[in-house]
Design a protein around this ligand. Structure first.
Ligand SMILES: [Zn+2]
Length: 249
């Protein structure tokens, strides 16, 4: 076993025994890590108050060489998630970020940019009343990092550029858009405006590209949700659980 020190965002906590917990973290250096925290349920433990959902911590864990859980030996709190007090939405939006990281990443597969994006998103949720943009932006960066970003440039069948037509159909199974000449009736039940597709494309370029004054029209929110919720549901194989608490997403 080797001891690894890293920055971690806590994305899941499960009671393991009367005194211990299994802590799932998304770390900067190692990607997702699930580790047993012995004694974490005791009032006075080695982890003090660091182990809360969406806390950012410095952790030390022992990597098991074959199978089994890693062992968490230290956790020191850097920042605690303080959702916007006026709005339960920002709390559930944080839980949604945690659920996506837990469901869509694999253990010990590092994605440094995704770690930065998750921490940036958590901070944005604390500051902003409109969690929809922060969450939409995070979903795009996550899909890009795991290689599942929809094709935003052109029709996936004939390569007609998005800007050449106003309304597009989204083909969930192929993560791409179809122009009026290429789509069948079954794809055309919901049509998406080119401007929404172009906005999502722009936001997918990086977590820092979010303009402070960006707002989404109700139509852009509805169309973005259609694309992103259906894509994520398709990849996970079920609808993310926290979405039922985020009524406007
Ligand atoms: Zn086409």
């Amino acid at each position: 076993m080797s001891a690894e020190k890293c920055d971690a965002l806590i994305i899941r906590l499960t009671d393991f025994s009367e005194t211990s917990k299994v802590v799932t973290c998304f770390t900067r250096e190692w990607g997702k890590v699930s580790a047993l925290a012995k004694g974490a349920r005791r009032l006075r433990s080695a982890f003090e108050a660091a182990l809360d959902l969406l806390s950012v911590c410095k952790i030390v864990f022992l990597r098991k060489s074959s199978g089994g859980l890693d062992l968490l030996t230290e956790a020191q709190l850097t920042t605690r998630f303080q959702p916007n007090g006026q709005d339960l939405g920002s709390f559930y939006a944080g839980c949604y970020v945690a659920e996506l990281l837990s469901s869509l990443t694999i253990e010990h597969d590092p994605h440094q940019e995704l770690f930065e994006a998750a921490v940036t998103t958590i901070r944005r949720l604390e500051q902003s009343r409109d969690y929809k943009i922060a969450v939409t932006h995070f979903e795009l960066i996550l899909l890009k990092e795991i290689g599942q970003l929809p094709v935003f440039e052109c029709c996936i069948h004939c390569q007609k550029p998005i800007e050449h037509e106003q309304l597009w159909a989204y083909w969930i199974g192929q993560s791409g858009f179809l122009c009026s000449a290429c789509r069948h009736e079954e794809h055309a039940r919901v049509l998406i405006h080119a401007t929404t597709i172009q906005l999502l494309h722009e936001l997918s370029h990086g977590i820092d590209v979010l303009p402070d004054d960006l707002t989404l029209t109700p139509q852009q929110v509805k169309e973005s949700r259609h694309i992103l919720t259906s894509t994520i549901t398709h990849i996970i194989g079920r609808r993310p659980k926290v979405l039922s608490y985020l009524s406007s997403l």
